[in-house]
Design a protein around this ligand. Structure first.
Ligand SMILES: Cc1cc2nc3c(=O)[nH]c(=O)nc-3n(C[C@H](O)[C@H](O)[C@H](O)COP(=O)(O)OP(=O)(O)OC[C@H]3O[C@@H](n4cnc5c(N)ncnc54)[C@H](O)[C@@H]3O)c2cc1C
Ligand code: SF4
Length: 396
């Protein structure tokens, strides 16, 4: 990191020097100056008082990027030992990135009896799979899984490591990234790669008001997590084949402070992420009981009910039904947005829908900018009319 060095012995007028900083970052205690965390490195002080303030550039670590090859995907398994669909979405993206820089797609898989899932990785584009199959890896526990990923990275030196932005991925990826003292960008929504293999990691920032472009130019590997349903599901490869490598870890590396007694499966529940049709409600709904018309419409279309954060905060919907930046990402065939303004934070979670229909009284509502069909009207009139048509069989 760069820093400003202060030559306190050259300071003649403390108050005059303090005033130069527009951010109030220069402090004086007993006439000794120091710089606090408010410093923005604007370097105004070094220009105005070069004899007092000296800018010291940090030495940027140099790495040989050619030593880091391959776009790796961390495979995640469900409790049924099947691949989580986010793994396949990531493989599709890895294929695209690898083609741009002429590198291989690598896959890391850890678990117990994972052979058939490992084979599946070839079908979705992996060129090389590194397998850690051990009873100690039967259930996800952060310490042995991180040790396995660390071993994989040391062994294969991938340039990029893509991890699902899931409950497991979020525990796992930062630990591994910290071990390599490298960067990790969470919840990327767009990924691209430069010719020099620098990953262009793009994600919403400042509450979704800007899209931040994040690079890791001086460290490898480059870690990124991506949530489920951000990238499309890839096509299966015509002739899947590749290299399979099995590795083992020393018993000490497989140790964990966590003992899993067993797994109690949650009742099968289809989340909004899986739904083909969604009827989403926003603040245009005036009373909680009015959500019944949203439920009726969803039922008539064999879909699911979801909504904006406002309705979740009001306690009218549960958090699993929230679409958006701080909620779920959905990509249904059809979404009907009822009384939703279309904030960037909401839209970030549903722009991948095939068909967006919006009903809103305000013709200037932002939702109409992304809707394929816009109905300027009152949901209290439009939805009952729509339901009537569906029930009559006029709309299918
Ligand atoms: C960091 C951050 C993260 C966030 N994450 C999320 C998130 O994940 N998901 C999310 O949804 N929000 C999120 N938000 C909140 C977001 O900014 C908006 O406040 C929210 O999405 C607005 O919800 P809404 O569209 O229901 O309400 P409003 O913006 O109040 O819109 C209501 C709309 O209903 C229309 N309307 C009113 N009455 C009727 C009627 N009778 N018929 C038809 N139309 C009608 C109005 O014209 C208006 O356009 C986040 C905010 C921040 C700062
Ligand atoms: S670099 Fe800029 S922000 Fe930092 S102390 Fe100097 S004037 Fe203040």
């Amino acid at each position: 990191m760069s820093r400003i060095i202060i030559h306190n012995e050259k300071v003649q007028n403390v108050s005059e020097v303090i005033k130069i900083c527009p951010f109030g970052a220069i402090e004086a205690v007993d006439n000794v100056l120091s710089i606090n965390a408010a410093c923005k490195m604007c370097r105004l002080c070094t220009k105005r008082f070069p004899e007092i303030f000296e800018y010291q550039e940090s030495i940027v670590p140099q790495i040989d990027k050619s030593q880091w090859q391959g776009i790796a995907v961390v495979a995640e398994l469900t409790e049924k030992n099947e691949l989580h669909p986010v793994t396949l979405e990531l493989l599709g993206k890895a294929r695209e990135l690898a083609a741009k820089v002429n590198q291989k797609v690598l896959a890391f898989i850890a678990g117990f009896h994972v052979e058939s899932s490992a084979e599946e990785l070839f079908r979705y584009g992996a060129d090389e799979i590194v397998i850690y199959d051990d009873e100690a890896l039967k259930y996800f526990r952060a310490e042995p899984f991180t040790a396995a990923l660390e071993d994989f990275i040391n062994f294969r030196q991938p340039s990029v490591v893509l991890v699902g932005g899931t409950v497991i991925g979020r525990q796992f990826a930062p630990r591994a990234a910290a071990r390599f003292r490298t960067g990790l960008t969470a919840d990327c929504t767009v990924l691209d790669i430069k010719e020099n293999s620098d990953l262009e990691q793009i994600r919403p920032a400042f509450g979704g008001n800007i899209m931040a472009h994040i690079n890791t130019p001086n460290h490898r590997p480059q870690f990124a997590t991506v949530r489920y349903k951000i990238f499309p599901f890839p096509e299966k490869a015509d002739s899947p084949a590749g290299i399979k490598i099995r590795r083992t870890l020393a018993p000490g590396k497989l140790a964990s402070a966590i003992t899993v007694e067993g797994i109690e499966p949650l009742p099968e529940e289809q989340g909004i992420e899986e739904a083909q049709v969604i009827v989403a409600a926003g603040k245009g709904i005036k009373r909680q009981e009015d959500l019944q018309m949203i439920r009726d419409l969803a039922e008539a279309l064999h879909g699911k009910v979801a909504g904006t954060r406002c309705l979740v905060e009001a306690g009218w919907l549960n958090h699993k039904q929230q679409i958006g930046l701080s909620g779920r990402t959905v990509a249904p065939k059809l979404i009907i947005c009822c009384g939703i303004s279309g904030s960037v934070q909401f839209a970030a979670g549903m722009k991948g829908a095939d068909k967006i229909i919006a009903i809103n009284t305000d013709p200037n509502a932002s939702i109409f900018k992304i809707a394929h069909i816009g109905i300027v009207g009152d949901i209290y009139e439009v939805i009952p009319a729509l339901l009537e048509q569906i029930r009559k069989g006029s709309v299918r």
